[in-house]
Write a protein that binds this ligand. Structure first.
Ligand code: HPA
Length: 236
């Protein structure tokens, strides 16, 4: 079998899966963190691999950028391939003085301007996309065990990367720590399907200071985040 966007047979994708936006990050994670990783799809150059981490089968799959794109992959991974623990591993823009460049950020919740969330209840209720608490708790414990640091809180998943009208000061006032473009969809689709999801980020640029990471700095903090995600993914 294969879906319109993923050319894998049933059983080729593990229940535990890491989801970077960039397909080349999927390749990087497969080659540097998984054992015996094999590519199972390259439809549209969106790469997916399955291997093992500490003996446990784990997959890693690119999702593309933005809520429409990640929604396609997450839907097919959950409903066609049976994925049960899904981890977004991405970068975000820092929005708040509490987070610094290169920090790891874990999204306890994902606010959003996306119609995907707004339209669930026809505009009468604002559904709140939240992390799976068990995964969140384990990720925080693993961060400490690995002697790493992560900041946990609310982020915003926006539909427009270039949006001059967004009120960053007001978002900051309400404690929004970072901005990215996919987590709210992951949390919403996981909630709908009763599976577990968690989104982790490294802060690759900062909206308050205008700083951004060099490629090398981005890699180091990215690796910390991947270790936290993988250690959490393989726990029962
Ligand atoms: N905005 C939206 N998404 C992002 C950003 C940003 O500044 N940085 C990384 N992902």
């Amino acid at each position: 079998m294969s879906t319109p966007h993923i050319a894998a047979e049933k059983g080729q994708i593990a229940e535990r899966i890491l989801l970077p936006g960039d397909p080349l990050r999927a390749k990087y994670i497969a080659e540097n963190f998984l054992n015996g990783a094999k590519e199972y799809t390259h439809v549209r150059n969106i790469l997916g691999y399955t291997g093992t981490y500490k003996g446990v089968p784990v997959s890693v799959q690119g999702t593309g950028m933005g809520i429409p794109s990640i929604s396609i992959y997450v839907h097919e991974l959950i409903h066609e391939y049976g994925c049960k623990k899904l981890f977004r591993v991405g970068t975000c823009g820092g929005m708040h003085p509490d987070v610094k460049l290169r920090d790891v950020l874990i999204a306890q919740a994902a606010s959003t301007d996306s119609s995907l969330v707004r339209n669930i209840f026809g505009g009468t209720i604002n559904f709140c996309p939240i992390a799976d608490f068990t995964l969140l708790e384990k990720a925080v414990a693993n961060t400490r065990r690995l002697q790493l640091k992560a900041t946990v809180g609310n982020i915003i998943s926006v539909d427009r990367f270039y949006d001059e009208d967004i009120d960053n000061d007001k978002l900051r006032k309400y404690g929004i720590l970072g901005v990215e473009m996919e987590a709210a969809a992951l949390y919403t689709l996981a909630a709908e399907a009763h599976v577990q999801a968690l989104a982790l980020f490294t802060v690759s640029d900062h909206l308050l200071t205008g700083e951004s990471c060099t490629a090398e700095e981005r890699q180091t903090s990215f690796n910390d985040m991947i270790r936290i995600a993988l250690e959490t993914a393989i726990e029962d």
